[in-house]
Structure formats: C-alpha cells, structure tokens
Design a protein around this ligand. Structure first.
Ligand code: PLP
Length: 459
C-alpha cells in the first residue's frame, strides 16, 4: 500500500469512516453496514485486490472508465511529469498550456471532421449540464429562443447534478431530488425485450424513433431545441437499439431542425470497437459529451464537443461566453488524457477491440452463455454487453423481482471473483479495453458459474 496514505489509520477504521462520514452514491444509508464494506487496496491490469488479498476481475472497468486497466505505467509517468512541470493552469484570461493544447490536437485528429471545438469539464454530469445550457444559448443566437425544450429518454442516465439528472430518465432520481429543471421531456427507450411478438426488430426500431416525432409535434417544433440520448443506454441496462432506430432519429431531427446530442460518456473512446458509439450506430450528432474513457478514469475530466455549425454560432455570434470552471482543461487531466489517447490510438488498443478482443468477447458470451437456461438475449458490441435474464420455456417471462435477481447475481459474481453490474435482471459487463483473450475467457467462465448459482437458487 502507498506509505503515505496507509500510515495514519488502522485498516478497520476505513470501513467505519466509509459508512459514518460519507454520503455514498446511490445507497440507502439506513441499511449500510461497515462490516459489509469492501476495502480495495491495489489494482493492476484488469484485476483488483481487497484488504484480505482476494483478487477480483473487474468486469466493469471501474465505472466503465478504466479502459487501460489499473496501474498503467505510461499514465502514471505522464501524470508525474506534468505535476512536476506545471501542476495547475486555468484557461481563464486567455491562457493556455502545452498539455491541453496537445490533448485537443490529438482529440480532433480522432474525431470525425464536423467536430470543431471542445469545452472541458471535470465529469460527465457537468458536461451534460453544459449541453443543456449551450443548446438554449445556440437557439438564442440563432434567432429562435423559443426552442428551449430538450427531449431525452426514460431510463436514460446523464449524470447526477440537478440538470443532468433532469435530462436523465431515472424516475427515482426525479422523485427524490426535490424537483427537476423545466422544459425537459422524455420519450420511451428502445427496449424491445418482452414486446417481441408485437413487431419485428426493424419495425420496432422505427416505431420507437417515431415517438420522438410524435413528441416534437405534440410540443411544437418551434419549442424543441434538442434530442439527447446515449447511443446505447449504459446504466439503463446496455440497451442496444435496433439498426433502424438511429437513422430514423437522425431523419426526424433534421426534418424539425432539432439538435441531435449524443451522450458518449460511456460509449466513447473505443467501448464498442468504434472510436465513438455514434459511429458504430451510423449517425452524426451536433454535440456530444465525453468523460470516463478520456482519461481511462485515472483523473477526472469530461467535455462537450461541438460541431462547426454550433461552435461557430457560439463563438462568433457574440457576447461573452458566460461559463468557466476552475479546473477546466486542468493540465494534469490533460496530460493523462493525452497519454490515454496515444495508447488507444498509436498503441492499437481501439483497433484490437474492433478486430480481435471485442468480437471474441461477443462470440464467447453467445457461444458459452447464449443457451443458458436463464439467458434470454444478449446485447452488446466490442467490450460492452448485457445478458437479459428471464425464465419459462421460451425465456420470455420477466422475473417479478428483477432487482433481487440482479443483486443476487452481483453478489454471487463477487464470490467467484468477478465484479459486474446489474440493471434489474440484466447483467452488465464492460471490461477494460486491454483485456486479453485469456482474461475474457476467465470473465465468461465466472459469469457461467454465477448464472449456474442463480439457476439453482431460482429452481
Ligand atoms: N452520462 C452517462 C451515459 C453516464 O453513464 C454517466 C455516469 O455513469 C454520466 C453521464 C455522468 O458522468 P459522471 O459520473 O462523470 O458525472
């Protein structure tokens, strides 16, 4: 353990402090017990170790962020060198620094050409907040200030700040947060499981997209500024829409002059095997938010990337751009992000996910688990996937206690040394992009043990 960090407290105090001194993410504190807490003390590659020396394969790469695995020497060296050279520099007062300039040069090398400017943040939530602000500012400058409504999707996740949670479609977050911001509306997610008899996949995709058209017509196109969505829903359950969905969304946005905004916080930087998930699905957003994989999760950084049409309007049309963050474009984050992008690109890691390990993971999941008694369908591409659990002869019956089934699997997976995540009865994996074929075999093997346990328990 790090000598400096490890020298002040006895190990048992960590757990007490964890539960008594913090408000923890998405927990009911009434039921939290110090004894159940896990203390992670070390990470290397795709593995984590807890205080007792137990080893876990991190099947979720942190929170879908540690794309390069833990302890990557190139990122550590980039951070250390930057801390020694220039440990802080703001972008205020027309000031820049080499790290942020090099990062942006590399970023725009990788981005599709319509993108032209970026505004850095410290998180995905902030980036989505900012997206709302800039959609409204854009339409003010474009002479249509009435277009201030944003349409997003039920069960989408865009962050935890008041504005990004408003954009998100997580009902509980709305109910428990004392009110959301106004002029945000939601349509259904393109989640077809359980409705399969109703329509074939292509028809369902078009039908789901046309909910957007109906909502725009209901609200009035002159009042709707943007549609915001994750290319595939992450926290909502890794829901991959049918191939027909995004082209239809694009058509609708173009027809009604509604900005198409992609939240690439999870999907960006190679997760699907394409650099950005919107490229995987074949659509072209006007704005997109990024975070997580940008720095491989090592330091906080996010951003909002704008296409030329938007950027030119915001930059040229005028007035002060009334936004700024103390840590916007922080040189430490920039240096780590630059090192991350170099590894993903020059190191061939995104290439590998696209052509080798991504297809391998998807094939193994389907071959090994596709026929499992509890697995109804598998969604995913590249290094992200979800297994929909269901039961019955045709595996078309959803568990009435879906959350319990999911949590049971999550706990069993941990006993088998695998960290995964669940949304209801969907088991989600998103390993580091550097996971090897052998590590993927191990992940799939542990998943099978988990599913076998669940099948026995549910008999
Ligand atoms: N957008 C998506 C799609 C996310 O999954 C998340 C977080 O998981 C966010 C935004 C918020 O990012 P952050 O937690 O960095 O604020």
């Amino acid at each position: 353990m790090n000598d400096f960090v490890g020298q002040f407290l006895a190990k048992k105090d960590y757990k007490d402090i964890h539960v008594s001194r913090h408000l923890l993410p998405f927990e009911d504190h009434k039921f939290l017990k110090a004894a159940d807490a896990r203390v992670m003390v070390r990470g290397a590659g795709v593995y984590l170790w807890d205080e007792h020396g137990n080893k876990f394969l991190d099947g979720l790469s942190g929170l879908w962020c540690t794309a390069l695995g833990y302890g990557r020497p190139e990122l550590i060296a980039a951070a250390a060198a930057q801390m020694e050279t220039l440990s802080y520099c703001s972008q205020y007062f027309n000031t820049t620094n080499p790290a942020i300039a090099e990062l942006s040069a590399k970023l725009f090398d990788l981005l599709p050409s319509p993108f032209s400017r970026v505004l850095y943040t410290n998180s995905g939530s902030e980036a989505n907040d900012l997206m709302i602000k800039l959609v409204r500012r854009f339409w003010q400058l474009a002479g249509k200030p009435g277009k201030r409504i944003l349409i997003a999707r039920h069960n989408g996740y865009h962050g935890a700040t008041i504005a990004s949670a408003s954009l998100g479609g997580m009902k509980l977050m709305h109910e428990l947060s004392g009110g959301m911001i106004d002029d945000v509306h939601h349509i259904d997610e393109p989640y077809r499981f359980g409705l399969r008899d109703a329509q074939d996949e292509t028809a369902f995709g078009v039908h789901a997209a046309r909910e957007l058209e109906a909502k725009i017509l209901e609200l009035g196109a002159d009042r709707v500024g943007a549609f915001v969505a994750e290319p595939f829903q992450g926290a909502g359950g890794v829901i991959f829409p049918p191939a027909s969905y995004w082209p239809e969304i694009q058509r609708i946005c173009t027809r009604y002059d509604v900005l198409l905004c992609a939240d690439e916080v999870v999907g960006g930087f190679g997760r699907t095997g394409s650099w950005f998930a919107h490229e995987y699905f074949g659509f072209a957003p006007d704005m997109m938010t990024i975070a997580k994989g940008l720095t491989s999760g090592y330091v906080p950084m996010g951003g909002l990337v704008l296409t030329q049409r938007i950027a030119d309007t915001l930059a040229d049309c005028g007035g002060t751009f009334a936004h700024g963050l103390t840590y916007q474009g922080h040189p430490l984050a920039a240096a780590v992000a630059l090192a991350t992008l170099r590894l993903l690109d020059d190191g061939g890691i995104v290439d590998m996910v696209e052509n080798d390990t991504g297809p391998y993971l998807q094939r193994c999941l389907r071959e090994v688990l596709g026929g499992h008694v509890l697995v109804a369908e598998i969604h995913g591409a590249g290094a992200v996937a979800a297994l929909q659990l269901a039961y019955g002869r045709h595996k078309d019956q959803r568990f009435s206690n879906e959350n319990m089934v999911g949590l049971y699997c999550m706990r069993k997976a941990l006993e088998h040394g695998l960290i995964l995540r669940t949304t209801a009865a969907r088991l989600i994996v998103a390993p580091a992009l550097v996971a090897t074929r052998a590590e993927i075999d191990e992940l799939v093997g542990k998943l099978r043990l988990t599913l076998d346990d669940a099948a026995r328990a549910l008999k």
